[in-house]
Ligand binder design. Structure first.
Ligand code: UGA
Length: 442
């Protein structure tokens, strides 16, 4: 089939390359001409395992192209998919400026029957507005008679950064929301080769499923973080508690890793947006407010403990391992590593940081006084404390005896419990995780 994908962020690009991999003909459109030029040369502008190779493959097959000119590729498109960002406003509400601009643009150039498919995460009710705007722009362009042939589907994405391409090919489910049976069938045909349960539903339900999924996962994380805080006080180990919970099929083992809380471009944004959507409909979603509060407190508590145990950080040398919001990505949006590094720096610590992928992105936001080390070991040289904030596998592979020798004080504060099973206390380290019972009152 012929697909136009608008927006080449990690969702749009991964999905576009994914559909091309499945044999469809895909035109990816982005207003950023520099990005289009890079993609055209086969360069993925962010780190996403497997995507670079997949892009190369579909480019060689001639199944994908990149352009800034929607008009030049819209002819013949059976599906026009929108995957532009919906970043949060300061109120928590999703900013739909880019989405609506795209809707208007589609309407101004669309001259044949097509399905509009929304991938972007949007508040409940938005797809109807998008469709109305597309049709309005078509009318303004003198194509009133075609408006009834244009319909919309909501197909929310559930891709995780770091495994997005794999998640595209092997999703847990496909959600297709539409009022129009034909539009839903065409969308289903586009996904024909993807084996997964289908949830065929209304626009509103599809829109809400996306927020509910992220909010539920965030709730699991905040829940286990609350248990971790209690575990610290009662001398229990949250990892064992999570294991004991996870074997229960009704609970499941995933998203029960305690730590400094969730970050990234999705959970913080979507949980706040759902709280905001609820409020706008006159409903106080109390659980969600608590999930957000717990998540904020988690970082705060970790930072406070670090400062307290060091007896203040002014003038102390602190190493930070991990700046990406999680491993296998270079994304630093709402990252605990960045926030804690910024706070350490602001409180007067002498800071040296390292991340295997996120250094360039971090340089753009951290103070020029922060040192960037070429390796994890170099970052820890002469440090009074080492703070671990992203669970990169390579952090487990360093020589801990060398690390011990190179640090001024062998103290590790692990915000992910990433090194907890290495029993570093036995190698002379003072090791602190989250919820490992380290703060039990006597
Ligand atoms: C998340 C969802 O998992 C995807 O399904 C969804 O499509 C995506 O948001 C989105 O809405 O676009 P992502 O943000 O890539 O994906 O990252 P996750 O792997 O879900 O992790 C989110 C945060 O939670 C990270 O900071 C991670 O470190 C943290 N986390 C995750 C925990 O603290 N504990 C856990 O047990 C799991």
């Amino acid at each position: 089939m012929n697909l136009v994908m608008i927006g080449t962020g990690y969702v749009g690009l991964t999905t576009g390359v994914g559909f091309a991999t499945l044999g469809h003909q895909v035109a990816c459109v982005d207003i950023d001409a520099g990005k289009v030029a890079r993609l055209d040369r086969g360069e993925v502008p962010f780190y996403e395992p497997g995507l670079q190779e997949a892009l190369k493959h579909v480019q060689e097959k001639g199944r994908i192209l990149f352009t800034s000119d929607l008009k030049s590729v819209i002819g013949g498109a059976e599906v026009v998919m929108i995957a532009v960002g919906t970043p949060p406003k300061s109120s928590g509400e999703a900013d739909l400026t880019a989405l609506f601009a795209v809707a208007d643009q589609i309407g101004s150039v669309l001259d044949h029957e097509a399905v509009i498919a929304t991938k972007s995460t949007v508040p409940v009710g938005t797809n109807r507005i998008v469709l109305a705007r597309v049709r309005e722009a078509m009318r303004a362009a003198g194509r009133e008679e075609l408006t009834s042939l244009i319909n919309i589907v909501s197909i929310p994405e559930f891709l995780r950064e770091g495994s997005a391409f794999e998640d595209f090919l092997q999703p847990d489910r496909l959600v297709i929301g539409s009022d129009d049976r034909v539009a839903a069938q065409i969308t289903e045909r586009l996904h024909r080769d993807i084996i997964a349960p289908r949830v065929m539903t209304s626009l509103e339900s599809a829109e809400l499923i996306k927020y509910a999924a992220n909010a539920f996962l965030a709730t699991k994380i905040s829940f286990i973080n609350e248990i971790a805080n209690l575990a610290d006080r009662v001398g229990a180990d949250v990892r064992h508690v999570a294991e004991g919970l996870g074997h229960d099929h009704r609970i499941g083992p995933h998203f029960l890793k305690a730590g400094v809380g969730y970050g990234g471009s999705c959970f913080p944004k979507d949980v706040s947006a759902l709280e905001q959507i609820s409020g706008a409909h006159g409903y106080a979603f109390k659980l969600l407010s608590a999930v957000i509060e717990v998540n904020n407190r988690q970082r705060e508590m970790f930072f406070k403990r670090l400062v307290e145990e060091l007896g203040g950080v002014r003038g102390r040398r602190v190493a930070v391992w991990g700046l990406a919001f999680k491993a296998q990505t270079d994304d630093i949006r709402e990252s605990a590593g960045i926030e804690i590094a910024q706070r350490l720096h602001a409180t007067g610590a002498e800071l040296c940081v390292y991340d295997p992928q996120a250094m360039n992105n971090a340089r753009a936001v951290l103070s020029p006084h922060v040192e960037f080390a070429p390796t994890a070991m170099d970052a820890a040289e002469g440090a009074d404390a080492l703070v671990v904030l992203t669970e990169w596998p390579e952090f487990r592979e360093v020589s801990f005896s060398t690390l011990h020798d190179r640090m001024l004080e062998p103290r590790i504060f692990d915000g992910r419990n990433h090194l907890a099973d290495l029993h570093l206390e036995n190698q002379g380290f003072i090791y602190r995780g989250v919820g490992l019972g380290s703060y039990a009152s006597a």
